[in-house]
Design a protein around this ligand. Structure first.
Ligand SMILES: [Zn+2]
Length: 63
């Protein structure tokens, strides 16, 4: 049981550090910030990421 807690804490520290170095992940709702129309010639910005195509990770610091 204690080993599990230690492993979880180690993972958490590693994840936190990784979030500081690589603070963004790809937005899962769009392709690079674009929602394409059926024709593929027009698009609108994704409402989730604001058209940037990236999302801040859980433990990343605010910009
Ligand atoms: Zn998006």
């Amino acid at each position: 049981m204690t080993t599990l807690v230690v492993l979880f804490l180690l993972w958490l520290v590693g994840y936190y550090l990784a979030c500081q170095i690589w603070p963004y992940k790809a937005c899962g709702r769009c392709q690079g910030g674009k929602h394409e129309s059926p024709s593929g010639k027009a698009w609108r910005n994704c409402f989730r990421c604001g058209g940037s195509g990236k999302k801040r990770r859980l433990l990343a610091r605010k910009p």
